[in-house]
Design a protein around this ligand. Structure first.
Ligand SMILES: [Zn+2]
Length: 384
């Protein structure tokens, strides 16, 4: 079995802070080409964003095509002096591998690469269908020049995917406790209340928009639903309230509040906007003058319905860890929201506890166990 700890260490030593490639994709390209993968690199850019390097690799030419997806870019380390092991050294200390990306998600990539290489070695270099890898360098930032464009690029080449495992850190406490099978949607908006500016000593001559804003904020925080079969309740959270008034004796002419909605499969973006605007209208009556500014969102809600593929992944995890993973849709968004348009996608990787933190680290044993799980998934997938 190729050593997932060594691969993870080598990847951590590449300083691939978004949007920099840092040698991480070049390293994978060499490793995968040697094992018989056909490897492509694709650089994407658009106005106002830095160009980003991506990698697509495939072994085999027939169906089914099992896709492993991930990202080699990492968030910055913050104050490097605060780390007890340098963030780009990939040191093993005690029973853990330390470094930025150990969990999110160079560790996950190392495990599925090791599992795929081992499967190919055991099968004369040929899978019974195909194994593909889709690795982006643009997940942690704007996510515009990564997975979304790489999937489109692959589709235009005639690539089809049957099922995908995204190796994001999905487990909460212990390896094997959670598969993510869907994600909530995310929608951002701004509520703008218009008033009339005036002297604070003569409020009757002005119209204070802060009063109206407070009324609408209170009304919009009411529950949006009671949850659904696969999801917790949707919620709207205000993230900023802004007047920008630096003067003590002035009633401002306008007040704003920004908010984010994390929503489940009871809603569409259009339906949510209608619901929120209807609630605002009811609370405002004809006293409060307001408008909404909705930001475009590419983070729609989705759920991967239980299927034989889910059953296969659950069985593989249970066989290796003795744990029955729960299917969850919690947490923020991920690139699974783009992959779901091409094939069913499950997210399973390491334990997420130290992701994005100082001293991000993964237990060496978890890297070995996760590799065994991916290996078992591949074995079952092509045996079926
Ligand atoms: Zn990640």
């Amino acid at each position: 079995m190729p050593d997932p700890v060594a691969i993870a260490r080598d990847l951590i030593q590449c300083r691939s802070i978004t949007p920099v490639e840092g040698g991480a994709l070049a390293y994978l390209q060499t490793l995968l080409s040697r094992a018989g993968f056909e490897v492509h690199r694709a650089i994407f850019a658009e106005p106002g964003t830095a160009p980003v390097d991506n990698l697509y690799a495939r072994a085999g030419a027939s169906r089914p095509n099992l896709l492993f997806a991930g990202h080699t870019d990492v968030v910055p380390p913050g104050n490097e002096a605060a780390w007890s092991h340098p963030p780009f050294a990939g040191e093993v200390a005690g029973d853990r591998l330390y470094g930025r990306g150990a969990v999110d998600m160079k560790g996950g990539i190392a495990c599925f690469v090791a599992a795929a290489l081992d499967y190919l070695a055991a099968n004369g270099g040929r899978p019974k269908g195909s194994i593909s890898l889709l690795i982006t360098g643009d997940e942690e930032s704007v996510a515009l020049n990564g997975t979304i464009k790489l999937l489109k690029w692959a589709a235009e080449r005639g690539e089809t995917f049957d099922h995908c495992i995204l190796g994001e850190p999905s487990n909460v406490e212990v390896l094997g406790d959670t598969i993510k099978a869907g994600r909530r949607g995310s929608l951002n908006g701004t509520l703008i209340v218009a008033g009339r500016q005036g002297h604070v000593a003569y409020p009757e001559r002005a119209d204070n928009p802060i009063r109206g804003l407070v009324t609408l904020i209170a009304a919009l925080q009411a529950p949006l639903d009671e949850g659904s079969e696969h999801f917790t309740p949707s919620h709207l959270e205000f993230t900023s309230v802004d007047v920008g008034n630096t003067t003590v004796n002035l009633i401002p002419g306008e007040a704003r509040a920004r908010f984010n909605i994390r929503y489940n499969d009871r809603h569409s973006q259009a339906g949510l906007k209608t619901l929120v605007e209807r609630r605002a209208r009811a609370a405002a009556g004809d006293r409060v003058h307001y408008s909404f500014d909705w930001q475009p969102s590419n983070a729609d809600v989705f759920v991967t319905k239980p299927s034989s593929f889910t059953g296969l992944a659950v069985a593989a995890i249970a066989e290796i860890t003795g744990r029955e993973p729960k299917l969850s849709t919690s947490g923020g968004t991920s690139d699974a929201r783009f992959i779901k348009d091409y094939c069913p996608v499950l997210e399973f990787g390491l334990v997420g506890q130290t992701m994005h933190a100082v001293d991000e680290s993964a237990p060496v044993q978890d890297l070995i166990t996760l590799t065994a799980i991916y290996r078992r998934i591949i074995e079952k997938y092509f045996a079926g």
